[in-house]
Design a protein around this ligand. Structure first.
Ligand SMILES: C[S@@+](CC[C@H](N)C(=O)[O-])C[C@H]1O[C@@H](n2cnc3c(N)ncnc32)[C@H](O)[C@@H]1O
Length: 204
């Protein structure tokens, strides 16, 4: 049986509709923490010009590979084993001709420790082509506050399971992105109290 995430099934159309236009000029996307591969299949079905490279921790790779074997296409290459906290990432450097010009991650930054979130942004500085975009989907805090009580409850559940995890502050993520030369281009409200943040990296 293929791995399946109900949340990915619920959010995939909204992500396609909001993220799709930002990917019109992009050609090679790296996804961090692909989970089940559902987003890769859905997005490459909608965006026929885009290569979508899945990646995740090694334990998740066989399940993603099974989904891509069953439902993928010639723009969903085999998933990479990639731990954001284990440099160097097994991807081309930013200046390479085949560097990724888009990086996407959904519902991962509140699962990782904050130290890993910092490493995520540092590695993106090394890997994201110019021009390029970074897109991050998930729940966020603003001004230190949760946007809803349900997000506050979710954060408490996350921290009870793993004290290092938790919903991140938009402003902190934006600072980390800025530190890698990325400028916020869009902050979209998404279903179920999530956000889709998009940063741009200029051509040089
Ligand atoms: C809640 S799941 C989200 C999966 C998928 N993106 C989705 O939206 O359905 C979180 C994912 O983050 C991945 N993850 C956690 N820590 C990671 C790390 N250090 N490096 C890469 N991926 C990580 C997990 O393996 C898992 O696939």
């Amino acid at each position: 049986m293929l791995p399946f995430a109900p949340a990915a099934e619920r959010n995939k159309d909204a992500i396609r509709d909001v993220l799709g236009p930002h990917l019109a000029e992009r050609r090679r996307l790296l996804e961090i923490g692909s989970g089940t591969g559902q987003h890769a299949v859905h997005m490459t079905g909608a965006l026929p010009h885009l290569l979508w490279q899945c990646s995740d921790l090694a334990d998740a790779v066989p399940g993603i590979a099974a989904r891509l074997d069953a439902e993928g296409n010639d723009r969903t290459p085999p998933p990479l084993a990639l731990d954001v906290a284990a440099p160097p990432w097994p991807v081309p450097e930013a200046g390479a001709p085949d560097a990724f010009d888009a990086i996407f991650t959904a519902n991962t930054l509140h699962i990782m420790s904050f130290a890993h979130v910092e490493q995520f942004f540092e590695r993106i500085g090394e890997a994201l082509a110019r021009p390029g975009i970074l897109a991050v989907y998930g729940p966020m805090k603003y001004g230190g506050d949760f946007t809803t009580q349900s997000n506050a409850d979710f954060d408490a559940q996350l921290r009870a399971r793993d004290p290092q995890s938790g919903i991140r502050d938009f402003e902190v993520l934006d600072d980390l992105a800025y530190g890698q030369g990325l400028t916020l281009a869009a902050d979209n409200a998404m279903p179920a109290n999530n956000r889709l943040l998009v940063w741009h990296r200029g051509a040089s």
